[in-house]
Ligand binder design. Structure first.
Ligand SMILES: *Cc1c(COP(=O)(O)O)cnc(C)c1O
Length: 975
C-alpha cells in the first residue's frame, strides 16, 4: 500500500468501525462479551421472569431518579484483550529494571517457577474466597497452616496468624495490641508512651505515627542502647537487623524492658532468622515482618504477606485470621479459621484492629517457598546472601573503604568519599543503592545476587573512589555474627517441609490441595457484598512479567515510568467512576481504605480548627470493619437504627445528628445498603450530615451496583473507598490480596496520605497508611485492565447485568424464599438477602442450607450478614443464565428438602450435609435417605460432582484446644 495515498485518511476513519462491516453477531474482540455472562438471547426470558419490558425499565425501577447519571462515563471505549496486552507490553518497557540493593524491607527474590505456574497463575488458587466454608477450603487452610508453622518456627514464637497486609501495618498492629494489653499483668492504664528504635524502617515509623496519634499513644524514637527504661512506657519496637543492616543483640534490652513491665515487639527479616537467634528466645511479646523475600515479586511495593507472631496468652488479641486444627463430625483432622468469635465483625466498636482482607495468596506462596526449599534449602539461600554480603564487605575494605556495621546479615553500610560520583557510576551501570547521607551508602544483597553482580558492584566503587583496585580476599571472610546471635534452634522440622523438594512432588502437592478447594473455576460463588466476578486471564497475565514484578518501590520515579503511567491512569479512571477529584491507591484493603478516609476527614476538620469533631454515625447494618476503623481513627461510634424496610431510620438519624451536631465528624454509609437496596432518601441523608458540619464517608464495597449508573459524588458523599478486589476484578486469592483506594472530593484532596521515602499524596498529606507509596501496585494492573478493556459502555452494561442477574434470582426464588428487603418499586439492587429463619420450625438453620449447597456443588452465599439467619446472594454480571439457573434449581430443591425435614428427626439430608465420599462409600450406611439423594440431588450434580474433603468442622473443640501449627495429630487428640 502506498502510505502517502491521499485516500488513506478515509480508510483510517473506517477502521475503528470496520468490525461492523463484518456483519456477524459475535464480535470476538469485544471483552464485554467475555466478561458478562448473559447474552442477548437470554434477555427475553430473564426480563419476562422479572416482569419488565426491557432492561432500562428494570434499571429505572431500581435506581432512584434523583441520583441517576445523566451522561455516560467519560472514559474511552473498551479495547480488545490482545490490544490491551500489547499496550501493557509497551508500558512495561518504560519500567527500567536495575539491579536494586536498596533493601529497606524489600529484596529481589526468585519465585520458583513451579509456584508461579501452579499457584500465582492458577485460578484454582487465585479465585478462591476466604475459607469461611472450611469443608471446601481444606487445601488453602493447609497451605496457611504451613505458613503459620514457618513463621512460628523462624521467629521462635508460639503462635502466628495467616498474614497481615505489609510489615509496617503489622508493626502498627503490634503497637496497638500491646497498648490494648498494657494493663496485663500490672495496671498501666494511663501509660501511653511507646519506644521506637531509630533503627526502624522509615515507612514503618511513618505508619506507627499515623496509628499512634488517634489512640493517644506517644512515640519516643531513640537509640535502644541509651534508652532509659521507666514505668512511663508500656511498650517498645525494635528492628532486627536494623534499617541499614546492623545486627544488634537485644537480649539485655528485652530483659530490662521486662523488669519495667514494658512489652517488646520486634520487626524482623524472615530470611535472617534462618541464621540469627530468633527474637522469641529473648522472650519478646510479638515479632512482625514481611515474607516478600520468600519468593514473592517486588511488584513496585506489593502485594506481599506480612506475618504476626506472638505468645499463646495473647491469642484473643491477635489481629487478622488464625488457622487452627480441629476435627470433623467423624473425628477426622480438619482445619478451619480459629477463634471466629473474636473476628472483627463481632467485636465492632470494641475492636482494636480492622483487618478483614489479608494477603492469603501471597502467604500461600511464601509458605510453599518454605515447603519447596525446606530447612536445608533456606539455610543455603540465607548463607548465600550472607556470604555475598561478607565478600562484598571484605572486597570494599581491601580497597580502603570502611564498612560500619559491626555485625550484619545481608546489608552492609559503607563510608565513601565521593558519593555523587558513586551514584553516577552505579546509575550508568543500572544499579540502585541506598544513599543514606552524603558519605554513607548501604547495600542489601539478596537471593538473586550472583558473583558477576558482586564484581560489578565492586568495580563501581573502584571506578568512583580514589582507591586502589587491588582487591584481596586473603585469609577468606571472617565470621561477622557474634556467637550469641547465631541461631542454634532447629526449624521447619515438620515433615511437610521435607517431603516436596522435587518439582514433581511439589506440583502434585499443590494440586492435591487445590482439588480440596472450591473456587470460581468450579462454580459460581455468590457471596453478597464480596462480588466474586470474573478475574479475566488477560487481566492476570501481566502479573508474571518481570518488568512489572521485579521493581522495588523506592526506585527513582524515572525508572518506573510504566508503573507511573498505569497508576495515574487508574487514579483518573476511578475519579471519573466515582465523580470525585482525586484518588489514593495506597490502602491495601477496603478496611484500610475506611481508616485512611476517616483519617483524611479528621485532618480536614483539624485544618479548619474543628479538631474536636469526633462523632462517627454508623448504621446498625454496617460491615464490622466500619466501626472498627472509626475507633482506630479516634472517633466515637454512634449507631443509628434501620427501619423495618431495612433503610436508615430517618427519625433516629435526625435525632442523633442534632444531638451530636457540635461534634459530628462523619457518617459512614454503605450504598446501595448492605441490605441490597438503593435507599431513595440518600440525598436527604447526606444533606443532613453536611448541614450539621459532618462529612459523608461512603463504603464502596457495593460499587458494582453503581458504576456508570450513579456515583458517590452524586449521592452527596465526600470520600469513599473502593474494593478493587470486589468491583474491579482483582481476584480474592482465598482472602487477599486486596486494594482499597480512597477517592475524595476536592476539599479532602490535600490530605491524601504520603510516604516518607517517595512522597505521594496531597499538600497537607497525612502520614503513611501502607508501607509502599502506591500500596499493592502490581495488582493495580488488573483493575486498570478491567476498566480499559470494558470501557465506558462495557462498565455500565456490567452494572446493568449485575442488577438483572440479582433480580432474576430473586424472582426465580419467589414463593420459595422470602427476600427481606427491596427498593420502593420492589426491586433488588445487585444482591439480596433471603430469609432462612422461618425454617427453624423444621429444625433447619441457615448453616444447614449453606452446608447442603456444597452437596449441590456450590459455595454458600454470605451467611448471617448483615442479618442473622439469612443468606445474602450476589451473582455478579459474570455468571451465565445457565449457571444462575443451576444455582436457583439447587436452592429450590433444598427448599423441598427443608419441607421434608422435621425438628423431631434431626437425622436428615440437611443436618448431615455436606456428605463426603468416605461417608457415602462406607459399608455402614444407616441414614433414613438414600446415598444417591445425598450425593446427586439433581442431574447436573452427577455430571460435575465436587466432593468436600471433610464433614462439618467442630468449632468449639478446635477453640478449646487451639493448635495453629502443623503439629502431628496425636498431639491434639490427647489435649
Ligand atoms: C468487604 C467489605 C469491607 C471490607 O473490605 P476488606 O477489603 O475486606 O477490608 C467493608 N465493607 C463492606 C460492606 C464489605 O463488603
Amino acid at each position: 500500500m502506498d502510505l502517502c495515498s491521499p485516500k488513506l485518511p478515509i480508510f483510517i476513519e473506517l477502521i475503528p468501525n470496520f468490525v461492523h462491516f463484518i456483519g456477524l453477531n459475535m464480535n470476538t474482540e469485544l471483552f464485554a462479551a467475555r466478561h458478562i455472562g448473559i447474552t442477548e438471547k437470554d434477555m427475553p426470558h430473564m426480563l419476562q421472569t422479572i416482569g419488565v419490558e426491557n432492561l432500562d425499565q428494570l434499571i429505572y425501577e431500581t435506581i432512584p431518579d434523583d441520583i441517576k447519571l445523566k451522561k455516560p462515563l467519560d472514559l474511552p471505549a473498551g479495547i480488545p484483550e490482545h490490544e490491551f496486552l500489547k499496550h501493557l507490553q509497551g508500558l512495561a518497557q518504560k519500567n527500567k529494571i536495575f539491579k536494586t540493593y536498596i533493601g529497606l524491607g524489600y529484596h529481589e527474590s526468585l519465585t520458583p517457577s513451579v509456584i508461579q505456574r501452579n499457584i500465582l497463575e492458577n485460578p484454582g488458587w487465585y479465585t478462591a474466597y476466604t475459607p469461611y466454608q472450611a469443608e471446601i477450603a481444606q487445601g488453602r487452610l493447609e497451605a496457611l497452616l504451613n505458613f503459620q508453622t514457618m513463621v512460628s518456627d523462624l521467629t521462635g514464637m508460639e503462635i502466628a496468624n495467616a498474614s497481615l497486609l505489609d510489615e509496617s501495618t503489622a508493626a502498627a498492629e503490634a503497637m496497638t495490641m500491646l497498648f490494648e494489653l498494657r494493663s496485663r499483668p500490672q495496671k498501666k492504664e494511663n501509660v501511653c508512651k511507646f519506644f521506637v528504635s531509630e533503627e526502624i524502617l522509615p515507612q514503618t515509623l511513618s505508619l506507627l505515627h499515623t496509628r499512634a496519634i488517634p489512640l493517644g499513644i506517644e512515640l519516643v524514637v531513640g537509640n535502644h542502647e541509651t534508652f532509659e527504661f521507666s514505668e512511663d512506657f508500656y511498650g517498645a519496637m525494635l528492628q532486627y537487623p536494623g534499617k541499614h543492616g546492623q545486627v544488634n543483640d537485644y537480649a539485655s534490652f528485652v530483659k530490662n524492658a521486662k523488669a519495667n513491665e514494658i512489652k517488646v515487639a520486634v520487626a524482623a527479616d524472615i530470611l535472617s532468622l534462618v541464621m540469627l537467634t530468633p527474637p522469641g528466645e529473648w522472650g519478646v511479646d510479638a515479632v512482625v515482618g514481611t515474607t516478600q523475600r520468600f519468593g514473592i515479586p517486588l511488584g513496585y511495593g506489593g502485594p506481599h504477606a506480612a506475618f504476626f507472631a506472638t505468645k499463646e496468652e495473647y491469642k484473643r488479641n491477635i489481629p487478622g485470621r488464625i488457622i487452627g486444627v480441629t476435627k470433623d463430625t467423624d473425628g477426622y483432622r480438619a482445619l478451619r479459621m480459629a477463634l471466629q468469635t473474636r473476628e472483627q465483625h463481632i467485636k465492632r466498636d470494641k475492636a482494636t484492629s480492622n483487618i478483614c482482607t489479608a494477603q492469603v495468596l501471597l502467604a500461600v506462596m511464601a509458605g510453599m517457598y518454605a515447603v519447596y526449599h525446606g530447612p536445608e534449602g533456606l539455610k543455603f539461600i540465607a548463607n548465600k546472601v550472607h556470604t555475598s554480603a561478607k565478600l562484598l564487605a571484605k572486597g570494599l575494605e581491601s580497597i580502603g573503604l570502611k564498612q560500619v556495621n559491626s555485625a550484619f546479615f545481608d546489608t552492609i553500610s559503607v563510608k565513601v568519599g565521593n558519593i555523587d560520583k558513586l551514584k553516577e557510576v552505579c546509575e550508568s551501570r543500572e544499579i540502585n543503592l541506598n544513599y543514606i547521607d552524603d558519605e554513607t551508602v548501604s547495600i542489601s544483597l539478596n537471593e538473586a545476587t550472583s558473583e558477576e553482580d558482586l564484581k560489578l558492584l565492586l568495580s563501581c566503587f573502584i571506578v568512583s573512589q580514589d582507591n586502589t583496585d587491588d582487591i584481596s580476599f586473603e585469609g577468606g571472610v571472617e565470621e561477622v555474627i557474634p556467637t550469641s546471635l547465631q541461631r542454634t534452634a532447629p526449624y521447619l522440622e515438620h515433615e511437610v517441609f521435607s517431603s516436596y523438594h522435587s518439582e514433581t512432588e511439589l506440583m502434585r502437592y499443590i494440586k492435591k490441595l487445590e482439588r480440596k478447594d472450591l473456587a470460581l473455576n468450579q462454580s459460581m460463588i455468590s457471596l453478597g457484598s464480596c462480588t466474586m466476578k470474573l478475574n479475566a486471564a488477560s487481566e492476570m497475565l501481566p502479573l508474571s512479567w518481570p518488568h512489572w514484578g521485579n521493581i522495588h518501590p523506592f526506585v527513582p520515579l524515572e525508572q518506573a515510568e510504566g508503573y507511573q503511567e498505569v497508576l495515574k491512569s487508574l487514579e483518573e479512571q476511578l475519579n471519573v467512576i466515582t465523580g470525585f477529584a482525586a484518588t489514593s491507591l495506597q490502602p491495601n484493603s477496603g478496611a484500610q481504605g475506611e481508616y485512611a478516609g476517616l483519617m483524611v476527614i479528621r485532618a480536614y476538620h483539624e485544618s479548619r480548627g474543628e479538631g474536636h469533631r469526633d462523632i462517627c454515625i454508623i448504621p446498625a447494618s454496617a460491615h464490622g470493619t466500619n466501626p472498627a476503623s472509626a475507633v482506630m481513627a479516634g472517633m466515637k461510634v454512634v449507631v443509628t437504627k434501620t427501619d423495618e424496610n431495612g433503610n436508615i431510620d430517618m427519625v433516629d438519624l435526625e435525632d442523633k445528628v442534632i444531638k451530636h451536631a457540635e461534634n459530628l465528624s462523619a457518617l459512614m454509609v454503605t450504598y446501595p445498603s448492605t441490605h441490597g437496596v438503593f435507599e431513595s432518601s440518600i440525598k436527604q441523608i447526606t444533606k443532613l450530615i453536611h448541614d450539621n458540619g459532618g462529612q459523608v464517608y461512603m463504603d464502596g464495597a457495593n460499587m458494582n451496583a453503581q458504576v456508570g449508573l450513579t456515583n458517590p459524588a452524586t449521592i452527596g458523599a465526600d470520600v469513599c473507598h473502593l474494593n478493587l478486589h470486589k468491583t474491579f476484578a482483582i481476584p480474592h486469592g482465598g482472602g487477599g490480596p486486596g486494594v482499597g483506594p480512597i477517592c475524595v472530593a476536592e476539599q479532602l484532596k490535600p490530605f491524601l496520605p504520603s510516604n516518607p521515602v517517595v512522597p505521594t499524596g496531597g499538600e497537607e498529606a497525612i502520614t503513611a497508611i501502607s508501607a509502599a507509596p502506591w500500596g499493592s501496585s502490581l495488582v493495580c494492573l488488573i483493575s486498570y485492565g478491567y476498566i480499559k478493556m470494558l470501557g465506558a459502555e462495557g462498565l455500565t452494561n456490567a452494572t446493568k447485568a449485575a442488577i438483572l442477574n440479582a433480580n432474576y434470582i430473586k424472582d426465580r426464588l419467589k414463593g420459595k424464599f422470602d427476600v427481606l428487603y427491596t427498593g420502593e418499586r420492589g426491586r433488588a439492587a445487585h444482591e439480596m438477602i433471603i430469609d432462612c429463619r422461618p425454617f427453624k420450625a423444621n429444625g433447619i438453620e441457615v448453616t444447614d442450607i449453606a452446608k447442603r449447597l456444597i452437596d449441590y456443588g456450590f459455595h454458600a452465599p454470605t451467611v448471617s450478614f448483615p442479618v442473622a439467619g439469612t443468606l445474602m446472594i450476589e451473582p455478579t454480571e459474570s455468571e451465565s443464565q445457565a449457571e444462575l439457573d443451576r444455582f436457583c434449581d439447587a436452592l429450590i430443591s433444598i427448599r423441598t428438602e427443608i419441607d421434608e425435614a422435621s425438628a423431631d428427626e434431626p437425622n436428615n439430608v440437611l443436618k448431615n450435609a455436606p456428605h463426603t465420599l468416605g461417608m457415602l462409600t462406607s459399608d455402614d450406611w444407616d441414614m433414613p435417605y438414600s446415598r444417591e439423594k445425598a450425593a446427586y440431588p439433581l442431574p447436573y450434580v452427577a455430571e460435575n460432582k465436587f466432593w468436600p474433603s471433610i464433614r462439618r468442622t467442630d468449632e468449639a473443640f478446635g477453640d478449646r484446644n487451639l493448635i495453629c501449627t502443623c503439629a502431628p495429630i496425636e498431639d491434639y487428640i490427647e489435649a
